[in-house]
Design a protein around this ligand. Structure first.
Ligand code: PNS
Length: 167
């Protein structure tokens, strides 16, 4: 059986928490498609092309992982690529409400699409894109929480946004 899973997210930017879920997901499924949402309600720090590029570089050594853009409804995408599973990572209880709502809505929209959750590895349970952006924006060192090629780009992006403050 060819088990295909879709791991969707904003990836703004990709963190070591995401990488951990991707590595474990790649071991569980035959093919893992990391789907970068491009039409988000929220404003992103990184434009779509950068979020895709940084992810592609992060997964280049994983042969059964690919990166694609997600435009529109997740369940439509999942069915279009003939995947049966949405993969998500959960950290603390605080993630549960949001994840439960999304999984339930997706299930209502497409009964045959299952959401599978992986618990965040304890080493990455506190890492979120939101927090690492905040740390970087306030002059802290966010490099331990992101792939090595992401660190310099994160610093450059927040500097651009800050107009040179906190450097
Ligand atoms: O990394 P995030 O921001 O938690 O990811 C959220 C994401 C991209 C998974 C969610 O916004 C999504 O699925 N967007 C695609 C549009 C969609 O299907 N929305 C309804 C979800 S119930």
């Amino acid at each position: 059986m060819n088990r295909i899973a879709v791991y969707p997210g904003s990836f703004d930017p990709v963190t070591l928490g995401h990488i951990n879920i991707i590595q474990r997901g790649a071991a569980l499924f035959d093919r893992l498609i990391v789907a970068v949402a491009v039409n988000l309600e929220k404003q992103t720090l990184f434009p779509e092309e950068d979020r895709l590029r940084l992810l592609r570089k992060s997964v280049e050594t994983l042969p059964n992982v690919e990166v694609d853009r997600l435009d529109g409804l997740l369940v439509d995408y999942v069915q279009r690529v003939k995947a049966g599973v949405v993969l998500r990572g959960v950290r603390a209880v605080s993630d549960f409400d949001y994840e439960f709502q999304m999984a339930a809505m997706n299930r209502r929209l497409a009964r045959q699409v299952e959401t599978v959750f992986l618990m965040a590895d304890e080493s990455a349970a506190f890492i979120s894109s939101r927090l690492i952006k905040e740390v970087a924006a306030m002059g802290g060192d966010a490099t331990p929480f992101v792939p090595s090629h992401v660190g310099p780009e994160l610093a450059a992006r927040v500097a651009l946004k800050n107009g040179g403050r906190n450097r």
